[in-house]
Design a protein around this ligand. Structure first.
Ligand SMILES: [Zn+2]
Ligand SMILES: [Zn+2]
Ligand SMILES: [Zn+2]
Ligand SMILES: [Zn+2]
Length: 437
């Protein structure tokens, strides 16, 4: 296949495998080609066979209760999430993300309920809320792909309400026509071209189509993105396309095909924590080695009370009372975090900065306790919530990071914590209650 221009699609077969798997009635209407196909139809598809339904693995305990199994299942899922790298890593906390939504006709497919479009929109809103919670110094812009064009849906903004508002009007975003990856990426790139080097530039594409309709060579766009260190992540709702895989692989982003609603959400929310800065990605553009950490200038603004005299803001030329004053040039801006429109200083509020801090110094993962060798030393209750540990066999085997005793020990202060507190400390508190690290 000539992979020169816009339509280099590589599917697993010669037709969309999802269409066959999802709608049985639709599939049987299609003409079958050859015996192999007919035979394959009788067998379970591999992607169906490998899928273990969570309710099949649940076992009742002696008393016929499911409680134990359910807890075990939940604990395992949560602990798996905690197995992420915990050493101090370099992350970008000042993030700039452009969310590109496919608004083409293919988004009206009903293989995701109620439609791909409605589900994508709902998850996008949840994603934006969660993203701003974890990345208070970040900014998100929204671009739509519709009728072969890139459309600016929402300006780059650090205010979650602005972004959510741009995603809330369903009628305005009604899908139409063909998508154009190149046009949308070029527009997103234009939104981010002015950004300073220490901030991350990311593009997240939710893509429901199997084609793209581009004015030029998208590989040239890809080259430029690699040079300007834009990380492109793509979540496909239909099937894998070669160009999508290439876009994300070459720019250091992630690529995934959503298998069902839950998986779609998982793929999306994996992109919420700030990305790790990798040496290879950083070197791709400049050619210099891993640069030393450099200081950056930030200003903490003065907040104007609602009762102050109305004046024009520097960003929109609106007459209003509330706002923030740039500490360097005293210009008035509407929202933080932002770059001052007059002097270019980065303006952040200190609580935002403090909330971003924990990503850089994660709490060490607690060790699952396998056996109580020294009973005199071990506390009988969780150090954080003071709930007594269950009376369990004194030893057992740690499987998938689950302690048979329900005890998790901090490697620094050697206090024991229960499962719930373990997850709460690592996901929410970001500070060990035993040692404060
Ligand atoms: Zn303004
Ligand atoms: Zn200023
Ligand atoms: Zn506890
Ligand atoms: Zn500790």
């Amino acid at each position: 296949m000539d992979v020169d221009s816009d339509s280099d699609i590589s599917l697993f077969g010669d037709e969309d495998p999802r269409a066959k798997g999802k709608g049985k009635g639709k599939a049987s209407e299609r003409p079958r080609k050859g015996k192999a196909k007919r035979k394959a139809k009788e067998q379970a598809y591999t992607w169906e066979a490998s899928y273990t339904r969570s309710w099949d693995t649940v076992q009742e305990d002696e008393t016929g209760s499911l409680q134990g199994s359910v807890e075990d299942l939940m604990a395992r899922g949560r602990r798996r999430r905690l197995l992420a790298p915990a050493s101090a890593i370099r992350r970008t906390i000042i993030r700039h993300l452009v969310l590109i939504l496919d608004l083409s006709n293919s988004m009206m497919d009903r293989d995701f309920r109620p439609t791909r479009f409605d589900l994508a929109l709902r998850y996008a809103r949840e994603f934006v809320a969660e993203w701003f919670d974890q990345n208070p110094l970040g900014q998100i812009g929204v671009v739509g792909m519709r009728s072969g064009l890139g459309e600016r849906v929402g300006e780059m903004s650090g205010n979650p309400q602005d972004v959510l508002r741009s995603l809330s009007d369903r009628a305005k975003l009604e899908p139409a026509g063909e998508p154009s990856l190149q046009n949308a990426i070029e527009m997103a790139r234009g939104n981010m071209s002015h950004l300073p080097t220490q901030s991350s530039r990311e593009i997240l594409i939710i893509y429901g189509s199997l084609t793209t309709c581009d004015p030029g060579n998208i590989h040239e766009t890809l080259e430029v993105c690699v040079k300007s260190r834009i990380r492109i992540s793509i979540i496909a709702l239909a099937a894998e396309m070669k160009i999508c895989r290439e876009l994300s692989d070459k720019t250091g982003g992630k690529f995934g095909v959503a298998m069902n609603e839950g998986h779609f959400k998982d793929l999306l929310f994996e992109l919420v924590p700030p990305p790790v800065q990798q040496a290879t990605i950083r070197n791709a553009g400049s050619g210099s080695g891993n640069p030393p950490a450099d200081l950056m200038m930030m200003g903490f603004p003065t907040r104007l009370p609602d009762t102050s005299t109305p004046s024009l803001c520097a960003c929109h030329s609106d007459m209003k009372s509330e706002g923030f004053l740039c500490p360097r040039c005293m210009a008035k801006v509407c929202d933080v975090p932002t770059d001052c429109d007059i002097c270019g200083l980065m303006i952040v509020s200190s609580p935002h900065l403090a909330r971003s801090y924990h990503h850089l110094f994660p709490v060490k993962p607690y060790e699952a306790v396998a056996s109580l060798d020294d009973t005199s030393q071990s506390a009988s209750a969780c150090h954080a919530c003071a709930r007594p540990f269950p009376a369990a066999p004194s030893s057992g085997v740690v499987t998938e990071g689950i302690s048979p005793l329900g005890r998790y020990r901090c490697p620094d202060c050697h206090h024991d914590f229960c499962t719930e507190c373990d997850v709460f400390v690592h996901d929410v508190v970001h500070c060990c209650p035993g040692c404060g690290k």
